[in-house]
Design a protein around this ligand. Structure first.
Ligand SMILES: [Zn+2]
Length: 393
């Protein structure tokens, strides 16, 4: 078995709080050894053991690969015109999703698959090493099933989101559509999915409908997560906590009661600053969540309507500037927070035995991710010990 020593790392973010080196467990002048796709050693460069190969990172910094716990990558077409119109003063509503639904239904499997692959490559280039992706632009049994089937070829964290919006052909018959989602559609999608999700919102699915759908998923061995409080404060957070959802996502409108509920739960609060940015909406204040001791994740929400970005560094910069994250909180939320939102303990941190998923930054420290917005600082992305992206220096 070949072992590889990466050394001359000026700053190594481990997220290992056992090291008692702050929230990020930051080691200076560090090294790490990789064997069989996992980390077999890490510590001070001076004490590094021998390995079969040695790679000098020449003073670069290293962080765990980003874990993007919320993305919608299975779709066709784009909504650039809608974005432009919105920037020209029109409001964002859930209705725009239906345009992507028609484009997705018309696309071939090959087109959909290629679109996922292209976006996945963009993600790797932005330092993301694990991503979740959802269905939700098929909204019938055939197109939802092929959405999760295609997604499953790209990630193990596939989410069935048949309850994204009510498709046009079911207008005024929401309860019938809920029955379809909980019945035939769920049965067909469950074998390819790990998660079930609902867009709980005015104009989409209310508390009672969302509850029925998530419970049906749980009964079919899917784990629940939820789109909550994006456009208004509703009972979605209450439902998330009641059903032990792994994550409640968006949370753009939070009451004090919601914060109390989340603080006494295992549900991660996932914030999606790309959505506020692209819909010109008010950003939630993450400092309220951190003050209450809530676990927070940051994700891209990559989707063609309200957040068409695959850049986690962009989301980090927004989170720090607009949502009152400290830089450390933003880096933690985009790595360990994302892993917790996916209930995974093999990624999101760098420690012995964990997957060797990491990012080499073309910068002396992680601070530059927020300090240099819009600048590509991702020098190399490594997944399970294999380099999958290297920038042309
Ligand atoms: Zn979403």
């Amino acid at each position: 078995m070949t072992s590889v020593l990466y050394t001359d790392i000026s700053s190594l973010v481990t997220n290992d709080q056992g090291l008692e080196l702050g929230l990020l467990g930051e080691l200076k002048d560090a090294a790490l050894v990789i064997e069989n796709g996992h980390i077999s050693w890490l510590g001070s460069a001076k004490e590094a053991p021998d390995a079969d190969q040695k790679v000098s990172l020449e003073g670069s910094s290293v962080i765990p690969g980003f874990v993007d716990s919320h993305a919608h990558l299975v779709f066709a077409g784009n909504r650039a015109e809608e974005f432009a119109a919105r920037m020209n003063g029109e409001n964002y509503t859930a209705g725009g999703i239906r345009n992507t639904v028609s484009a997705t239904r018309s696309a071939s499997d090959e087109e959909l698959d290629e679109n996922i692959a292209t976006l996945a490559i963009e993600m790797y280039r932005s330092g993301i090493t694990t991503f979740e992706t959802k269905s939700g632009y098929g909204l019938n049994v055939f197109d939802e099933t092929r959405s999760v089937r295609l997604a499953a070829q790209h990630t193990e964290d596939v989410t069935f989101l048949g309850a994204h919006v009510i498709p046009e052909e079911y207008a005024g018959r929401t309860d019938e559509y809920v029955q379809l989602v909980c019945g035939e559609m769920l049965e067909s999608c469950a074998p390819y999915s790990k998660w079930i999700d609902v867009f709980c919102e005015i104009g989409a699915f209310d508390y009672d409908q969302a509850k029925v759908i998530l419970q049906a998923g749980i009964a079919n061995d899917l784990q629940p997560r939820i789109h909550a409080n994006q456009l208004s404060a509703s009972r979605a957070v209450e439902l998330a906590v009641e059903l032990d959802c792994a994550s409640a996502d968006h949370l753009s409108h939070l009451t004090d009661k919601d914060i109390d509920l989340l603080a006494n739960s295992n549900t991660v609060a996932t914030l999606l600053p790309g959505a506020e940015f692209s819909t010109r909406s008010e950003y939630p204040d993450a400092s309220r969540l951190f003050a209450a001791g809530i676990t927070v994740a940051l994700a891209t929400d990559c989707n063609p309507g309200s957040s068409f970005t695959t850049s986690m560094p962009f989301c980090i910069a927004l989170a720090v500037r607009e949502m009152k994250f400290t830089v450390e909180q933003a880096i933690w939320s985009a790595t360990m927070g994302g892993a917790k939102a996916l209930r995974r303990d093999d990624v999101g941190q760098l420690a012995v035995g964990k997957s060797a998923d990491f990012v080499v930054l073309n910068a002396p420290s992680y601070l530059h991710l927020a300090y240099r917005p819009g600048v590509d600082l991702i020098s190399e992305t490594v997944i399970a010990g294999t380099s999958i992206h290297r920038s042309n220096k």
